[in-house]
Design a protein around this ligand. Sequence first.
Ligand SMILES: NC(=O)c1ccc[n+]([C@@H]2O[C@H](COP(=O)([O-])OP(=O)(O)OC[C@H]3O[C@@H](n4cnc5c(N)ncnc54)[C@H](OP(=O)(O)O)[C@@H]3O)[C@@H](O)[C@H]2O)c1
Length: 251
Amino acid sequence: MSRPLASKHLLAGKLCLVTGGSRGIGRAIAEAYAEQGAKLALVARTTSQLEETAESCRKLGAPEAHVFAVDLTDGKQLADLVKQLEAKFQMVNVLVNNAGMMSKSGSTPREGDAAEEEMLLKLNTLAPMRLTRLVTPKMVEAKEGLIVNVGSVAALEPMSSVCDYAASKWGLRGWSLSCHENLRKDNIKVVIIHPGMVRTDMTTSDKTEASAQKRMIQPTDIAEAALLAVRMSPSAVPNEITVRPGPPVFG
Ligand SMILES: NC(=O)c1ccc[n+]([C@@H]2O[C@H](COP(=O)([O-])OP(=O)(O)OC[C@H]3O[C@@H](n4cnc5c(N)ncnc54)[C@H](OP(=O)(O)O)[C@@H]3O)[C@@H](O)[C@H]2O)c1
């Protein structure tokens, strides 16, 4: 995690745990880390998509890619996952807290569903906090580690149509920036990436115009951002990265 920009296999020997690693942004990050020789632990609920991504990671250079069907809103499943990983691999070297959701029932002061709101906060904010706490002791012991959180531009400004999503990402941002301050003395890098609209299942459907889909940020662009902290020397941490669309996506 500390070699010069041009080196390949920057993650050789490292175990990278990627939540939401089955598709979208998580898949792109997993594949980029695979190209750097990482061992992957991919987490989501849908095994078939996880298996597909694991296969792709192996082809790209990951010496190992393991899949874990875990519901990240369940604290016990999180604890069991990390226990299992540490028993097999000693420690998680890189944690990517990427899995996230938006409400389907609306999420403003005028509408919304309490159960869905609770699930959203558990997935977008609490799961990253809990996973961080679970993997940190070994990182502190090793005096090395990287934690990448996937935030959103919704953590930077008010979003009147997705208020609960914005709240969850502002919370994650506060956690991430505070963890950076807390963990930097132990040589642990903590990064948060704020994407604008990215072309994934979260933002597109069959009805989304092809031209708009093309103008959206691509998942591989976010993977590039997730590689920055790996490429930089231990002296530098890109602790907050914002990636916005170039030309406007719509219109
Ligand atoms: N797309 C965008 O425009 C955009 C912009 C800014 C930020 N983001 C953030 O980027 C991250 C990834 O988004 P994406 O666009 O790649 O979304 P996506 O394509 O919908 O992928 C979401 C991933 O999270 C997993 N997941 C969802 N609920 C889960 C649960 N309860 N337990 C375990 N895994 C779960 C999904 O797999 P299963 O459903 O199989 O569990 C999937 O792997 C999210 O945090 C999102 O908020 C996205």
